[in-house]
Design a binder for this molecule. Structure first.
Ligand code: ADP
Length: 283
């Protein structure tokens, strides 16, 4: 029996994304704002909620998922016959990154066509199996790589990450606009490094300014779905390859990420219910 269209790609290879219910892009206009940190903590927190989760590191220029998920230097199993990869797994989350296939620093010097080729391969050749969520850690920016991804994959929605600084907010605005152009809904904005709480006196300081993410969310009729403070434990756990939601699940900040995961799930469930309730137009 021939496979249904949804289960195969144009070149008749099995469609490895067919078993994935929701694909969420974690994106930012600017690098260094905490996009990967958000992606790993969101992925592990969704798993803690009992969902089947995969995490795809599409940040070709600076793949940091292998390190942040504690699998630096590991290689995926390859099915030589079908030229496909099996995802690695840690903390019960399935993982794939260009950093597992080449050195973590090698991809940074690639030019456009190589990046597009590598992205396409990552999207088509990984055997994810059945997943409730695939979290995609996008490359920063609003260029070709982001467009390729949003056009090749049916993204359920995006989580936009920004710091409260004007420059990051400006780039985040560009990111939201790019996704809107390709009809991908914004699930919400994560304001990262929103404030610094002094561990000694408990005073909160808005190191990178404040209020900007809220204004941006109003402009685009979306929500600030988490405000994550600048916190040494978040950085340290990321560097140690054990995201704070797994390493310190009882900490205040881990709970913020679990709440973020709940909010993302609620928003996705609402979107999916709405899709189901739209009547199919007869030709
Ligand atoms: P991006 O993916 O946007 O380039 P990363 O997630 O790699 O950013 O974060 C950049 C650096 O900032 C990393 O060293 C990370 O540990 C640190 N970082 C991210 N978010 C926080 C935070 N809320 N508090 C402290 N450090 C953070």
């Amino acid at each position: 029996m021939s496979e249904s269209k949804e289960n195969t790609t144009q070149d008749n290879k099995p469609n490895n994304l067919a078993g994935i219910k929701n694909i969420i892009a974690v994106a930012s206009g600017k690098g260094g704002v905490g996009k990967s940190t958000t992606a790993v903590n969101l992925a592990v927190a969704l798993r803690q909620l009992g969902l089947k989760v995969g995490l795809l590191d599409a940040d070709i220029y600076g793949p940091s998922i292998p390190r942040m998920m504690g699998l630096s230097g590991r290689k995926p199993e390859v099915n030589v016959e079908d030229k496909e990869f099996y995802p690695l797994q840690n903390m019960d989350v399935k993982l794939m990154s260009i950093g597992f296939l080449v050195g973590e620093n090698d991809a940074m010097i690639w030019r456009g066509p190589m990046v597009a080729g590598a992205l396409s391969q990552l999207l088509s050749d990984v055997k994810w199996g059945e997943l409730d969520y695939l979290i995609v850690d996008m490359p920063p920016g609003t260029g070709d790589a982001q467009l390729t991804l949003s056009q090749k994959v049916k993204l359920t929605g995006t989580v936009m990450v920004t710091t409260p600084q004007d420059i990051a907010l400006l780039d985040c605005r560009k990111g939201i606009q790019m996704f809107q152009k390709v009809h991908v809904p914004t699930l919400g904005i994560v304001e990262n490094m929103s404030q610094f709480i002094c561990p000694h006196c408990g005073e909160s300081s808005p190191i990178f300014s404040e209020g900007g993410a809220e204004r941006l969310s109003q402009e685009f009729k979306t929500d600030v779905i988490a405000s994550i403070p600048l916190d040494m434990q978040i950085r340290q756990d990321g560097d140690d390859g054990f995201p704070i939601v797994a390493a310190h699940p009882d900490s205040k900040h881990a709970k913020l990420y679990v709440q973020l995961a709940r909010t993302v799930k609620e928003k996705v469930d609402t979107l999916n219910r709405r899709k189901l309730s739209i009547p199919i137009m007869q030709a």
